[in-house]
Design a protein around this ligand. Sequence first.
Ligand SMILES: [Zn+2]
Length: 151
Amino acid sequence: MHIHDEHLEVYNRLRAIHLPLGLRIWMNRHSSNPEAGVDMKRCRASVQDRGGGSFAWINTSQCTRPGKVERHGLLWCGQHDPDAIRKRLDEAAERRKAAWESHARQQREEARIATLKDAALMAIRSIAKGHNCPFELARAILKDNGENPDA
Ligand SMILES: [Zn+2]
């Protein structure tokens, strides 16, 4: 067994944790030791290099910021802290969920009002033709549409 096999296994496990966060670990892929030549005091995020070109995405380097927090044995800067990223993703998901729920609530309310308008028009027509108890008609329509007639 190669001395670094265990090391690689650890890194594969770490990658599985970080990839769903959109976070790539900076490591040496050309050596059996993933930490060979890596600045262990700096943030371990692999970041895309600035600059244009069709293949700019290929060029990555280690984040230049110093490592501030340790997660799973790796150092990260404030921006690439996996816990902070997870928190930001969770908060964004919460905001999307709240926006969706608000939208759904609004649509339900609009549908309810539309139904109530139709019922009100029918009631007015009925009263115009001499409905003998407009009071009970109004109460029934309100009840059918989730309104409290006594409110
Ligand atoms: Zn960083």
